[in-house]
Design a protein around this ligand. Structure first.
Ligand code: PHE
Ligand code: ZN
Length: 884
């Protein structure tokens, strides 16, 4: 199906999703305006008559006055694109209701009522993928954040908690499997070919956690016995042919359940836990109570079709959604400003889990790379916001790296300051105090404060202030005393010109250069704008290793010699700090090179220092290959751009590739040997074999720049010999950047081999959109016309265009062609799927911190989008903020 270019209905009328279009200025919602809802809805019963084109929904709400809220005689039920077909109050059909915009207003005079409402929806035309929608012939729901109001009229806010009874009826051949939240109840068949099923969820929950799935699915079934001895049935539902790729997800689920019991003392609370994989999904996955709905990308994995990274992604996301059962579901959010309460905490929990399952330092390095690559640019751009925002127009725009990843870092800092044991006490207290409630970030901080015995008064600023703090450090050596002068600055961000100092926990060590060791780690909490700490007994000036383990999400400025960085890169006993020294060595050199500060000799000297450090990394047999692979990865272009005020992507790209080529030449023999050694390792999922695959492709990446002809041959060889996707994709990724015949051959072979597997076809699109090939833009344009490209599937859209927008050398083409292409995409996608369209706006935020020519071109595209009429609330908000 190719609907990429022409977005129209069969009858020729323009197709418009019924998202909120922007009439004038959409309402700004403010955190300070929070008021409890006037009514409680302790119970809801939903009856669904299912059909792909027409689903009839009858909702029965028990409604009671909320004594803790202002008195009102009006019940406001949110709707989005709904018409009430029938409104019944206490058994009588009424027509006293009215509409206020999209909301249904029902006047109620007594203290408790039974309100019944009937609506009808068309899941097949729901291209936004919010509410009830059709995907590959099945029906499924997505309700977070405000999708439930597209199914039935309801107070669609997270602080209204109800127990749900669901009954659904549908054609048995079309929908043999009928699922909802909670535990299964009665089911049966009718004479007309339909069947029905009932589900009951005893745990009160907000509407965003509601889910329903109906389809022709098969399950991988297993069981888990909880710590109190209850047996829980586990199902992973997929489409027929996908069953053999669910084993890893099931193992990950069982490990997650076990880990949450052992590390956080949290036990599962229903008889059954269901996961359903769907191929049309806006995000990664969703934690609906007892019925998680997943993007297929985070469920399906086998060695032939999934890389090692994909396996980790499945494990991490399965854990994340499972952990939400406590951090999100049992204790939920009072309002959407508190999103980081569940997301920051749950990301931290899944990170700690993955650290325990695999290599702790490597996982930490990966998480920091994501933070720096995505969250730091967000925090320094026009979309910067605190982890607990103060206002929004469209909440979907606040599912960000700041709320998720910086949110996790903020909680990690509390854990670092408290220590593991005290932190656990704080978490226990939080769950105990707020179980069954809709809580706030403040509730969480208070519980950690009380339970862990910390004073977090000043620390609360991490929740209210945006921007990545800059910490500068200067070392003074006088006699045998060493003094560190520390200084922090929190940059101004939109709406927050002035900042207060925050407590910044920095783990550090001082290395004795002569013996290569230190006297123990110290934790220094910098809580003033400036502070000094002194250490004595240092006859010689030591080498400082700062922010070890990345204890604080800050960026460090320090005058440190290349020599000291080489020392730390070789000797630091904290693997993260070692990685950091290696990165710093490269960043410092490239910054100077890009600023034109280096003559030929100085450039050679800089490259040589990096080359020596890299040679040491290659030769060091105390390193495992997973860690070695991290030390071989050059800082990303995005991270480098972040380090410069008015970055020129063309110059950075040239310098970075130049360095890579130089290193590849210098160490050619070593890289060839490394590739050979790694290729001898047979496939397995253990750390050693995974490490071998990681360094194998790294070696190829260096060689590709130094000796393209050789790398092309070796890449083709790696591709042909591959018995797993990691090797195959690694080889293809390198080949895709080269202008050799092997490139064309292998891209074609890959497509033909995997053309029936959507997730691998996604990779095929992404590999080309991400490539270093000089004609990447033309390739992307051509791929948009490929028969397998469609704007209706978010994974496919992301595989082509997100990959492209994240490819700095292509996206930032000097003539602005990359910008034009993404702006065109936004305008075309917005009417189909506004949530996904809006995500493409953020790359344009860079316009404020890029050289002037590109800056103007980027701004021009933002203005073009802003000028287009009828934008969704999602895209409109992001464009307005970006232009700021
Ligand atoms: N709450 C989901 C998660 O983080 C993410 C999500 C948000 C999914 C909104 C769909 C829609 O686990
Ligand atoms: Zn989450």
């Amino acid at each position: 199906m190719d609907i990429a270019r022409t977005v129209s209905n069969p009858d020729g009328t323009p197709e418009m999703a019924d998202a909120a279009r922007t009439p004038a200025e959409p309402t700004v919602i403010k955190r300070e305006d929070y008021r409890p809802f006037g009514w409680l809805i302790p119970e809801i019963a939903l009856d669904f008559q299912l059909g792909l084109e027409k689903t009839r929904v009858s909702a029965k709400l028990t409604v009671q006055r909320n004594a803790k809220a202002d008195r009102t005689d009006m019940l406001r039920l949110n709707g989005d694109g709904l018409t009430p077909l029938e409104v019944v109050v206490d058994g009588e059909v009424v027509n006293s209701w009215s509409m206020d915009g999209e909301d249904l207003m029902v006047p109620l005079v007594s203290d408790s009522h039974l309100v019944e409402i009937v609506t009808e929806i068309d899941p097949s035309s729901n291209t936004q993928l919010m509410g009830l929608y059709a995907s590959n012939g099945m029906l499924c729901t997505q309700c977070e954040a405000e999708g439930f109001r597209r199914i039935t009229f309801f107070p669609d806010r997270p602080d209204v908690l109800s127990t749900y009874r669901v009954r659904m009826t549908g054609p048995k051949d079309q929908f043999p499997v009928l699922l909802s939240n909670g535990n299964p109840g009665a089911s049966g068949e009718n004479d007309d070919g339909t069947h029905w099923a009932e589900w009951h969820d005893p745990w009160p929950k907000p509407s965003y956690l509601f889910a329903l799935v109906a389809g022709d699915l098969v399950a991988n079934t297993d069981t888990f016995t909880t710590m109190s001895g209850r047996e829980v049935t586990l199902n992973i539902y997929v489409r027929e042919g996908d069953l053999e790729r669910t084993g890893h997800a099931m193992e990950s689920l069982k490990k997650s359940m076990q880990w949450d019991e052992e590390v956080f003392g949290r036990e599962y609370d229903l008889d059954i836990f269901n996961i359903v994989a769907v191929s049309d999904f806006n995000m990664g996955a969703m934690e609906n109570k007892g019925l998680n709905v997943f993007n297929t990308k985070y469920v399906l994995a086998d060695p032939d079709t999934a890389t090692d990274g994909d396996f980790d992604g499945v494990e991490g996301v399965i854990a994340h959604e499972y952990f939400h059962n406590w951090s999100g579901n049992r204790v939920t959010c009072r309002d959407w400003f508190q999103l980081s309460l569940k997301e920051g905490f749950t990301v931290l929990r899944d990170q700690l889990f993955s650290q325990d399952m695999g290599s702790e330092p490597v996982k930490r390095i990966e998480d920091v790379r994501v933070l720096r690559g995505i969250q730091f640019p967000e925090d320094s751009g026009p979309l910067a916001h605190p982890i607990r925002p103060d206002s929004y127009r469209e909440i979907s725009n606040f599912y960000t790296a700041t709320v998720y990843n910086k949110g996790a870092e903020v909680i990690r800092m509390m854990r670092t300051m408290a220590g593991e044991e005290a932190f656990r006490k704080g978490c226990d207290l939080y769950f105990e105090r707020h179980d069954g409630e809709a809580a706030t970030c403040e509730d969480f901080v208070k519980a950690i404060e009380d339970g862990a015995g910390l004073d977090l008064t000043q620390f609360r600023r991490w929740y209210s202030q945006a921007g990545t703090p800059q910490v500068s450090v200067r070392m003074e050596h006088d006699g045998d005393a060493v003094t560190l002068h520390l200084k922090q600055e929190v940059p101004s961000t939109p709406g927050q010109p002035d900042k207060q100092p925050m407590p910044i926990p920095l783990k550090l060590a001082l290395f004795d250069k002569a013996n290569g060791s230190h006297r123990g780690e110290e934790l220094v909490v910098l809580d003033k704008e400036e502070a000094s700490v002194t250490f004595t007994d240092f006859a010689d000036k030591p080498v400082l290793s700062l922010n070890r383990g990345f204890t604080a999400p800050v960026s460090i400025r320090q005058e440190v010699s290349g020599e000291d960085l080489v020392f730390l890169a070789a000797h630091d006993d904290d693997p993260f700090a070692r990685y950091e020294a290696m990165q710093e060595l490269v960043v410092t050199h490239l910054k100077q090179a890009c600023a034109g500060e280096l003559d030929d000799d100085a450039r050679d000297a800089g490259r040589k220092a990096i080359g020596d450090a890299l040679a040491a990394v290659l030769a060091d047999d105390t390193l495992d290959d997973l860690m070695r692979g991290e030390l071989l990865i050059l800082p990303t272009q995005t991270y480098l751009m972040e380090q410069m005020e008015a970055a020129d992507p063309g110059v950075i790209h040239a310098e970075r590739q130049g360095l890579r080529g130089w290193l590849g030449k210098q160490l050619e023999a070593d890289f060839i040997a490394l590739h050979g050694r790694a290729s001898d390792m047979p496939y397995s999922l253990d750390a050693e074999a995974r490490g071998a695959r990681k360094v194998k492709t790294q070696a190829l990446i260096y060689l590709a720049e130094a000796n393209p002809a050789l790398a092309s041959k070796m890449g083709a060889g790696q591709y042909d010999a591959a018995d797993n996707m990691t090797d195959r994709q690694g080889a293809l990724m390198v080949l895709a950047g080269l202008q050799t015949p092997e490139r064309t051959h292998k891209l074609l072979d890959y497509y033909n081999r995997y053309k029936d597997n959507a997730l691998v076809v996604d990779k095929w699109f992404a590999i080309q959109a991400q490539s270093l090939h000089p004609h990447a833009i033309e390739h992307v344009k051509a791929l948009a016309d490929h028969p397998q490209f469609t704007l209706k599937n978010p994974n496919r859209v992301r595989s082509l265009y997100m990959a492209f927008a994240a490819n700095p050398h292509a996206f930032h083409a000097a003539d602005g062609e990359g910008y034009r292409m993404i702006a065109d995409l936004i305008l075309e996608l917005d009417p189909i799927n506004p949530q996904t369209a809006a995500r493409f706006v953020s790359p344009f935020g860079r316009w404020r911190r890029i050289e002037s020519g590109r800056s103007a071109l980027m701004r021009e595209q933002l203005e073009r989008i802003a000028a287009a009429g009828n934008l969704s609330r999602d895209t409109h908000e992001q464009v307005i903020r970006s232009l700021g």
